[in-house]
Design a protein around this ligand. Structure first.
Ligand code: CA
Length: 353
C-alpha cells in the first residue's frame, strides 16, 4: 500500500514538473503596439518593428506583436494614454511627449545641454535611470524600457537665418520636451504638431522652423526643400525612445517573456544608436552636396540665453514636482561627474585625432 502511494506520488510529481513548463509555454500571446511614428520612418518605425521581431524570434513564436502606425490608431501623441488604459498592450513613443501629463516623464528622452548617448546609457543601466523611469511610469500604470537612442540630434530647419536674440522673437517652431519651454522663455513660440503633419505645417507657414531628428530622418521628411538653414544641435544630445507596456498585462506575463522584452528593448536601443549614426554619416555626406542647404550653429549669445533659461526652468520644474526633482537631480549629479571623464576621453581624443 505504502509502495503504491509512493509510486502514485512519484508519478504525480513527475507530471507536475514536466507539465508546468509545457503549459506555460503553450500559451500564445498576440499583442498590439501603437507607435507615434509615421509608417516607414527610418530609426523610428524601424525601432518599433525591430522590437516586435526580436520578441517574436526570442520567444520562438510564442509572443507576436502587431505594430500599428498613427494611420490606424489616430493618436500619435497619446500612446501613453492608450497603453495606460489597456486599449493597446504596448506602445513605442518619446517620453517627453507626455510632459503635459507629468513633468517627470520629460527628461527620460533627453535634457537640453545634457547627457550624450554614452553618458545616457551609463545613467540608465548603471546610474539608477532605469529604476527612476519605472518609478515615474508606475504612477501611469505602465512599465517602460529604453528602446532606441537616436544619437545627438540636429537643431532643426529654419526658413530665416538666426543672427541675434532679436530674430527669435515670435518665431513659431515645432520643438517638443523641455527644449520647447526653453525656446519659449527666449521669445520663440514652441508648438506641438504630430510627426506626420510637420512637412505641411512648415510648407504652409503654420510654423517657421522645425526640429525633427538628424540628417537621415530629416532628408526623408523633405524639410530642406522649404527651409534652407540647418542648425546644429543643443537640445537633444542623446534622445532615447521608449517601449511602454500596460503594467497589469506585463505583470501577468511569465518571467521568461518579461526577460525577453527587456533584452529585446535593450538590443533595439543599441541597434538604433548604431543605425542612426551610420545613416546620418551617409545622409550628411549627401547633404553636403546640396548647395541650397546652409549649415549653421546658433550665435553664442543665443546659446547662452538658452543655457540660462534651461537651468532656470529645470529648477522651476523641480520645485513643482518632487518626482521630476528626483530625475533632474539624478541626471545633474551624474552628468557633473561624467563631464570630467568625457572631457579627458572623448573630447581629448577628438581633439588629437
Ligand atoms: Ca527631435
Amino acid at each position: 500500500m505504502q509502495l503504491k502511494l509512493n509510486i502514485r506520488f512519484f508519478i504525480a510529481l513527475c507530471l507536475s514538473i514536466s507539465l508546468q513548463p509545457v503549459q506555460a509555454q503553450s500559451v500564445i500571446y498576440q499583442w498590439r503596439l501603437a507607435m507615434s511614428w509615421p509608417e516607414g520612418t527610418p530609426m523610428l518605425h524601424n525601432a518599433a518593428a525591430r522590437f516586435a521581431r526580436n520578441v517574436e524570434t526570442l520567444s520562438g513564436g510564442r509572443f507576436s506583436i502587431i505594430v500599428d502606425a498613427p494611420g490606424r490608431h489616430k493618436a500619435p501623441l497619446d500612446i501613453l494614454g492608450m497603453v495606460r488604459s489597456g486599449a493597446y498592450e504596448m506602445g513605442h513613443s518619446a517620453s517627453y511627449y507626455y510632459k503635459g501629463k507629468d513633468p517627470a516623464t520629460t527628461f527620460f528622452t533627453t535634457t537640453p545641454f545634457g547627457m550624450t548617448p554614452t553618458e545616457m546609457n551609463a545613467w540608465y543601466y548603471y546610474g539608477g535611470g532605469l529604476e527612476l523611469l519605472n518609478k515615474v511610469y508606475a504612477r501611469h500604470n505602465v512599465v517602460a524600457f529604453p528602446a532606441g537612442n537616436t544619437h545627438i540630434q540636429m537643431g532643426g530647419w529654419f526658413r530665416k537665418e538666426i543672427k541675434s536674440i532679436q530674430d527669435l522673437k515670435g518665431l513659431k517652431i515645432r520643438i517638443p520636451g523641455h527644449a520647447g519651454d526653453v525656446v519659449g522663455r527666449a521669445g520663440m513660440k514652441p508648438v506641438s504638431i504630430p510627426p506626420g503633419e510637420l512637412y505641411t505645417a512648415l510648407e504652409r507657414g503654420t510654423i517657421d522652423a522645425v526640429e525633427w531628428a538628424g540628417p537621415a530622418n530629416d532628408i526623408k521628411m523633405g524639410f530642406h526643400k522649404i527651409a534652407p538653414f540647418y542648425y546644429t544641435g543643443w537640445h537633444e544630445p542623446g534622445a532615447e525612445l521608449h517601449v511602454f507596456i500596460n503594467k497589469q498585462k506585463f505583470d501577468a506575463l511569465p518571467d521568461d517573456l518579461k526577460a525577453i522584452i527587456a533584452v529585446a528593448a535593450k538590443e533595439v536601443s543599441f541597434d538604433i544608436l548604431s543605425e542612426s549614426f551610420y545613416r546620418n554619416v551617409l545622409a550628411w555626406e549627401e547633404m553636403k552636396q546640396h548647395s541650397n542647404i546652409l549649415i549653421r550653429t546658433l550665435p553664442d549669445d543665443v546659446l547662452e540665453l538658452f543655457k540660462k533659461a534651461n537651468e532656470d526652468l529645470l529648477d522651476e520644474v523641480a520645485a513643482k514636482s518632487p518626482l521630476a526633482k528626483e530625475v533632474i537631480n539624478s541626471q545633474r549629479e551624474f552628468l557633473n561627474k561624467a563631464k570630467d571623464w568625457t572631457t579627458i576621453t572623448d573630447a581629448d581624443y577628438l581633439r588629437l585625432r
